[in-house]
Design a binder for this molecule. Structure first.
Ligand code: PLP
Length: 384
């Protein structure tokens, strides 16, 4: 048996060891950890729906009707009325022909890429894509070509160069550690010109961007049968899981062939019941997105003059790039001492030399919370 401790020590020496903190409870924008209350900027629960009483009540109703576990995979007997209604509601919500519910975004991306690309095909992937698009591309056995972040010229040359029968371009819509938005209309035009699928991972845009929170496709006003739209339901939607939306034939193919759909137990039906409620709130409660826009503006104003680079971002993901792993950890630690919890993100989640604080805003925050964070950062910048 190989000894893993030298490898663990190596991680620790490089400042790359990660540690989980056990959260005892949460209340608004605050969480309780180690018997202390922190103002947290960690969560992807952008709309502050994860603890919404209407969702808790919907889950309770779901549990009463269906129990807890689905008991089988969807293709055997795990696809309940609740799942069916959720898929219809999701398709209606994103205004696409059909939707398929997955247990997680990670599973959805693995399933999509391996079902749509295979040996001899080529997957084109943005350099900063989320790990599960990277893993899905590997799993597909297609050739993988990584293009520099948002470099459409490089992507176009790669596409023009490619003789594969099947081509697939995969991109985060909102990049998870940078908060920038992919130019989806231009990506779609390239895919049309080169007859490629466009897989859009909207984990961070769904619920947040576009009219009614319909996501990044709605933000740009684009639609196409070659778009494979993946949204996650554990972030802005506040619950768990993910979905893929697209053309009828595409979704039917995924039902038949996406192995991460076929060979796994269906999600607890009570989550589907909660998600239908969540979609209603996402659409109806524009004030949550308005709050986010106010907070984003406040961050952009109040962080000016800090010695770290606040990356250009119009989304609730506001990255403050520190560079060095240890320096990023120390800054996060300094904030923690002041009762603020902001995660330091290090390689391999981000490229080497670009360790950062990933400030995630949510509708649970108010401008005073942002001001408190800005003041603490200012103080820490002086003691560097
Ligand atoms: C979080 C995330 C996922 C994974 O979704 P889960 O439902 O958490 O598995 C996929 N893609 C991106 C860009 C993400 O940020």
């Amino acid at each position: 048996m190989p000894d893993l401790s030298p490898r663990l020590d190596e991680l620790a020496r490089a400042g790359l060891a990660r540690r989980r903190r056990t959260v005892e409870g949460a209340e608004g924008a605050h969480v309780i950890v180690d018997a202390r209350r922190y103002l947290a900027f960690c969560s992807n629960d952008y709309l502050d729906l994860a603890r919404h009483p209407a969702l808790v009540e919907a889950a309770r109703r779901g549990a009463e009707r269906y129990g807890i576990g689905a008991g089988a995979s969807a293709l055997i007997s795990g696809h309940t009325r609740a799942h069916e209604e959720l898929e219809l509601a999701l398709a209606r919500f994103v205004r696409m022909p059909r939707a398929l519910h997955f247990a997680a975004g990670y599973m959805a991306n693995l399933g999509i890429l391996a079902a749509l690309a295979g040996r001899g095909d080529t997957v084109f992937s943005d350099q900063l894509n989320h790990a599960c698009l990277v893993d899905g591309a590997r799993l597909s056995r297609a050739e993988v070509r990584v293009y520099p972040h948002l470099d459409l010229g490089a992507l176009e040359r790669m596409l023009a160069d490619c003789a594969s029968p099947g081509k697939l371009v995969a991109s985060d819509a909102v990049f998870s550690m940078d908060g920038d938005i992919a130019p989806l209309p231009e990506l779609l035009a390239l895919c049309e010109r080169h007859d490629a699928w466009l897989v859009v991972d909207d984990a961070h845009g769904f619920g947040v961007l576009g009219e009614g929170g319909r996501g990044t496709l709605a933000h740009f006003g684009i639609a196409s049968p070659r778009i494979v739209y993946m949204g996650t339901l554990g972030k802005a939607a506040g619950v768990h899981g993910a979905f893929v939306a697209g053309d009828d034939a595409l979704i039917e193919w995924l039902v038949q062939r996406a192995r991460t759909y076929v060979f796994t137990t269906a999600t607890p039906p009570l989550l589907a019941v909660a998600l239908v409620k969540s979609l209603e709130l996402i659409e109806a409660e524009e004030h949550r997105r308005q709050r986010l826009r106010t907070l984003i503006e406040r961050v952009r104003e109040s962080f000016s003059g800090l010695p770290w680079e606040l990356k250009a971002s119009k989304t609730p993901i506001q990255p403050l790039v520190v560079g060095d792993n240890r320096a990023a950890l120390e800054l996060a630690e300094g904030l923690r001492e002041r009762g603020l919890w902001v995660p330091a993100i290090r390689p391999p989640t981000v490229p080497a030399g670009s360790a950062r604080l990933r400030i995630a805003l949510s509708a649970a925050h108010n401008v005073e919370h942002v001001d408190e964070l800005a003041a603490a950062l200012r103080e820490l910048s002086r003691t560097r």
